[in-house]
Design a protein around this ligand. Sequence first.
Ligand SMILES: [Zn+2]
Ligand SMILES: [Zn+2]
Length: 185
Amino acid sequence: MIIVGTKVKHRKIEEGEFFCPKCQAEREYHLKRAVRYFTLYFIPVVPLTQIGEFIECQSCGLSFVPRVREMRREALVVQPQRSLATILNSARQRLEGGMPIDYLIRDLTAANLDLDVARGLVVNAVGPRQNVCDGCGLSYASDVHVCSECGNPLHPAGTPSGVTRLASISHTAHREGSLHPAGTT
Ligand SMILES: [Zn+2]
Ligand SMILES: [Zn+2]
């Protein structure tokens, strides 16, 4: 009796070095081609179809699409999660340096912090008063006066721009008037 069948064989067609996304390091790879063979008595004799090519890391043994070799290194390197402690330690300095509060909250929530907790921490860092940009809507610490994104002047949150200034001017005028009562001799 003749025993026939098929079997997939991997043939090494190239080798070199690549940045392995699993090892996170420069590793030796084999570019392998998977080919289905027609077998006779379990021995591959005739190649039938090419199934595909893949990169095999010689350190961890995992397979990757060949395109992994052309990918930008930054796309493959796993950023060590910036720890919450690191973000919190620099939070106040960054906010007072002109970083939008929205960006800090984004970083905090990316580090798995609850949104409400993140907002609370911002208040802890720079106080409840915030300045807002009319142009882009970003919020800033109250001692930041220019939007770092669009360059617009900021105004305190909760007041339309200009109102605070007008109110304080009229208040000052009234007090000056009362300092000079009429009818002095
Ligand atoms: Zn590897
Ligand atoms: Zn802006």
